[in-house]
Design a protein around this ligand. Structure first.
Ligand code: TYD
Ligand code: MG
Length: 466
């Protein structure tokens, strides 16, 4: 760095040190410390500003506007996650891995809002306007009245946005490419990202425009650099998905103006992202219910019920130590279920390889999936397929007891809606919803689960009950 002293800033947590270090002592991350120029003159300028201090009027809490008018983009899944549309003057950070579809999502949101006669501006710091236009053309959005620029200077951007009628929506793609000349660091560093975000937030509050910042996330899921921005913005959303699968999930992780348990589901198609009103149908598409080892789990993602298929394969091992492999679920959770099935279900699994897969590429974290996983495992082991029209949910404890889980009513309703006739569930704690047209088989222990599946179609050659 040319003039003045350097400081060293951790790009993960924003901690400042005087020397370069391999490991940040504040957050423990390796290789995140970058040299930046020390902010100069702040002390002197601040002293000068002290002379210009002025008093301001304080206000009371009463007299809030009934409900903030929202900017409804017309992209329903996005509006839903935002809590019913974007709030004027709010700043939203959308994080996601490179290539997941953030730019596609936002150009579609811009076009949808432009169609509803909002003024929308899309600032791309990564792609040229030609590239953005090409994508819009491919998505069939070339006619949309979206104002476009490829710029990275925050002061210039804010000056441009200040001309004419204030925009309803401004997209900044991405915050890592922006730079403000009020600080000396290079674009993408914590100091730059923070300064740029600060200016854009100030612009949003002053003009009433909703601003969406795009942030790239690193492999381990952190919004790189912009993690320091998370607490400055009004809402943080993450755009997730498996590269090899078509579905994408938009999830709010922070929202000052709405719930954080809503999700939006999209499918990446040749013609861009299409909204998925019924995610369960997407995840269950192409299911072969007749083969053993498949159980449908009635899960909850955010506040939405989602049905997914758990697939298990239990096969005799040829190795000294049998293999346990799991995709889309927690490996230690699988180990626990296997141990409980052995201890309380009377199964002998020591001589079997066990594979478990959540179909469709979804990652399930709910303990409520225990029962579905156990049912799939037992079904594969005994070679008996489960009833095609049954769903499963319930948490399994180390004692072998099947325990109640939240949102049973929502799960049952979704299963009934998709034509499932029977739900295998824990005994309900208190109240039960009799309006849902689905038969409930209440199971209180893994022993009765094993007994029921084994009784439904035993093939003695493979059955290995002890
Ligand atoms: P993009 O929006 O550029 O991702 P990000 O901004 O998050 O980096 O999306 C890139 C991917 O999306 C690319 O791999 C191709 C895919 N894609 C489609 O499958 N269909 C489409 O219509 C578009 C525009 C992109
Ligand atoms: Mg992009």
């Amino acid at each position: 760095m040319a003039k003045g002293k350097s400081i060293f800033v951790c790009q993960n947590c924003g901690a400042v040190t005087r020397r370069w270090q391999g490991k940040c002592e504040s957050c423990g991350e390796w290789n995140t410390i970058v040299e930046e120029a020390e902010p100069s003159g702040i002390g002197a300028a601040a002293m000068r500003r002290l002379d210009k201090r002025r008093a301001f009027a304080l206000e009371g809490l009463a007299g809030a506007p009934a409900e903030e008018a929202r900017i409804v983009t017309g992209l329903h899944e996005l509006d839903r996650v935002a809590g019913g549309g974007l709030v004027p003057g709010s700043v939203t950070l959308i994080g996601g891995e490179p290539g997941i579809g953030k730019s596609t999502l936002l150009i579609q949101a811009c076009a949808a809002l432009a169609r509803r006669n909002g003024r929308v501006v899309y600032i791309s710091g990564e792609e040229s306007t030609t590239q953005v236009r090409l994508r819009a053309g491919r998505l069939g959005l070339a006619e949309a009245k979206v104002e476009l620029a490829a710029e990275t200077g925050v002061e210039d951007i804010i000056a441009t946005l200040g001309l004419g009628e204030p925009p309803s929506l401004v997209i900044i793609d991405s915050i890592q490419t922006m730079w403000s000349h009020t600080v000396e660091s290079t674009p993408g560093t914590v100091t730059q990202v923070r300064a740029s975000a600060q200016s854009l937030i100030h612009f949003a509050k002053k003009s009433g425009a909703a601003v969406i910042l795009v942030g790239h996330v690193t492999k381990d899921g952190q919004i790189a650099g912009p993690r320091v921005v998370e607490h400055m913005v009004d809402a943080v959303m993450s755009f997730e998905g498996e590269g090899s699968h078509a579905f994408r999930i938009l999830r709010a992780t922070k929202n000052r103006f709405g719930p954080t348990d809503e999700i939006g589901v999209f499918e990446m198609t040749g013609g861009g992202l299409s909204e998925v009103a019924n995610p369960s149908a997407l995840f269950l598409a192409g299911r072969d219910a007749s083969s053993p080892g498949a159980a449908v789990f009635a899960g909850i993602e955010g506040a939405r019920p989602v049905l997914v298929e758990f697939q298990a394969l239990v096969a005799p091992t040829t190795l000294g130590t049998p293999r346990r492999a799991v995709v889309g679920w927690d490996a230690s959770r699988l180990a626990m279920i296997l141990a409980v099935l052995e201890a309380h279900g009377g199964l002998k699994l020591g001589q079997y390889d066990v594979y478990l897969n959540v179909a469709g590429g979804l990652k399930i974290v709910e303990p409520a999936a225990d029962l579905a996983a156990a049912a799939a495992l037992v079904s594969s082991l005994v070679g008996a397929s489960l009833p095609a029209h049954a769903v499963y949910f319930g948490e399994i404890g180390l004692s072998g007891a099947v325990r109640p889980v939240p949102h049973a009513g929502l799960r049952l309703k979704e299963a009934a809606k998709l034509g499932f006739k029977r739900a295998v569930t824990p005994p309900p704690p208190k109240e039960r919803d009799e309006t849902v047209k689905i038969a409930r088989a209440e199971i209180s222990s893994v022993a009765s689960l094993v007994a029921e599946i084994a009784a439904s179609g035993v093939q003695p050659a493979k059955a290995a009950r002890g």
